[in-house]
Design a binder for this molecule. Structure first.
Ligand code: ZN
Length: 479
């Protein structure tokens, strides 16, 4: 078992992370136990999911399986900031955040870590209380996290770690210390688990027992301004504005009173990202969508915590039902698009190093994110030579020359016969050129359709709230 990985698959197989190889270990019981770090790639959760397990037999199959280990596939195709392994699931993110956030700023000042540890042992200092150690304000919790990181970035993360910071850490480790990636992320995961458990976090009835006068004040103002002659659309927009204002007021209220912290801990740590759901629960669901996906002109003004009256309940049903129907229908459609898209692109390979074209696409100089990792199509004196990788210095030089756009290589204008060249494709997410023979058609096709499938699911999970729905309605059917 140590020498033969097994290949696991979870349907729907949307991208390469739906099929991965693992070095399995026998455990008690009859269910499969997963490392929490890989669940996002599979899209797996623990409510009865099934996975198939395949055992490679021939030596070539075993060899190929080794290239499919999660540690060899840390980058999510088509995205430079997002790595699937980097997705700490909810409780883990919460644990890491609780360990590093500042609970109390104490006035202790000690010379070294040993003295700080002694204070902690005597019960005078919590792990997430900050103090001065050797002239710098930090906390024992932060020091624990920093010790797991490579030395060159360690000191940049002497701070509260939310999902955003964790993303930066993992990105930097994956780029510059890819050999150590799995050890580091495992160490962070263990810390997160240990302290997520130790600190604990919960929501209770007290989180729902809040003073909602901030909401009622805004509602009565908007009610007074509303005009009967307005169209449904105008009314819906009017109430969407009110909803937005209430969300801001709710944030201010929580900040001031410290109530409903259970929800806000999850939001602030990045363990949960749906501000919309919290508003629906504690302030009001607001504007819902009808069966056509259009926002309704009347908001639901009582929160789910207080309970809905009968009329509101009926209004909320349309969106909820639409979500369920859409999920069934659109997932299928999205799968069909996936299939036809891959049918067109599946034979697109990287076949040579450089086609030597001077053609390309014009990209605005201000669009730095899009320019980096591409190659210059023509030599521009004072900026760079043709066929060199665009870097920040070139962009600065182009800006100082008052250039509006740069002509860069693109697969669209590649002159390679039967494929694309390395230079026109550009730098891949791991910072290197892609190997000749790489099937970029499959890779790019899947980066797009995996996303569109998730977008469809989002409509279901938002429960028909108009605010969360807007980009879904505009997004998928449009495509
Ligand atoms: Zn080319």
């Amino acid at each position: 078992m140590k020498r033969r990985p097994v290949i696991m698959n979870r349907a729907p197989s949307l991208h390469k992370h739906s099929v991965q190889a693992h070095l399995a270990r026998p455990t008690a019981g009859s269910s499969i136990k997963l490392n929490p770090l890989i669940v996002k790639g599979y899209g797996a959760d623990f409510d009865g999911d099934t996975m198939s397990v395949h055992v490679p037999v021939g030596s070539a199959a075993v060899e190929e399986a080794y290239t499919m280990l999660p540690s060899k596939n840390i980058w999510q195709p088509g995205s430079k900031s997002n790595i699937p392994a980097g997705a700490f699931a909810k409780d883990y993110m919460l644990g890491l955040w609780q360990l590093t956030r500042e609970r109390n700023a104490t006035s202790y000042s000690v010379k070294n870590l040993a003295e700080a540890n002694a204070l902690h042992k005597d019960g005078k200092l919590e792990l997430n209380d900050t103090l001065i150690i050797g002239g710098k304000r930090t906390s024992l919790g932060r020091q624990m996290v920093m010790r797991t990181l490579p030395e060159d970035i360690r000191n940049d993360y002497d701070k509260e770690i939310t999902k955003k910071e964790l993303g930066q850490i993992l990105n930097s480790v994956a780029k510059n210390h890819s050999q150590d990636f799995s050890t580091i992320i495992d160490a962070l995961k263990d810390l997160a688990l240990q302290f997520g458990h130790a600190f604990g976090s919960t929501i209770s009835i007290n989180d729902l027992d809040i003073d909602r006068s901030y909401r009622d004040k805004i509602l009565s103002h908007y009610k007074a301004v509303e005009q009967d002659r307005w169209t449904d659309n105008q009314k819906a927009r009017h109430w969407l504005n009110a909803q937005q204002q209430i969300e801001a007021a709710q944030n201010a209220y929580v900040k001031k009173t410290g109530k409903a912290r259970g929800f806000y801990d999850m939001l602030e740590s990045g363990a949960e990202s749906k501000q919309d759901s919290v508003r629906q629960l504690i302030s009001m669901p607001g504007v819902k969508i009808d069966v056509y996906g259009k926002p309704m002109p009347m908001p639901i003004t009582k929160s789910y915590a207080e309970g809905l009256d009968q009329a509101s309940y009926w209004m909320s049903l349309y969106g909820a039902r639409k979500g369920m129907v859409d999920r069934a229908i659109n997932t299928e459609q999205s799968g069909a698009i996936n299939k036809s898209l891959l049918g067109v692109t599946k034979s697109l390979l990287v076949v040579e190093a450089d086609c030597g074209t001077e053609d390309g696409v014009e990209i605005e100089v201000s669009d730095t994110k899009n320019l980096l990792d591409r190659f210059l199509a023509k030599t521009i004196p004072g900026v760079g030579k043709a066929g060199t990788e665009v870097n920040n210095m070139m962009i600065t030089a182009a800006k100082s020359k008052k250039m509006q756009t740069l002509l860069v290589r693109s697969p669209l204008t590649c002159e390679t016969a039967n494929g694309v060249c390395q230079k026109c494709y550009g730098i891949a997410e791991d910072g290197n050129l892609v190997a000749i023979g790489t099937n970029i058609g499959i890779k790019e096709g899947q980066s797009m359709t995996e996303r569109s499938t998730q977008l469809v699911m989002k409509s279901f999970h938002s429960g028909g709230s108009a605010a969360a729905e807007q980009d879904v309605v505009a997004g998928f059917p449009k495509m």
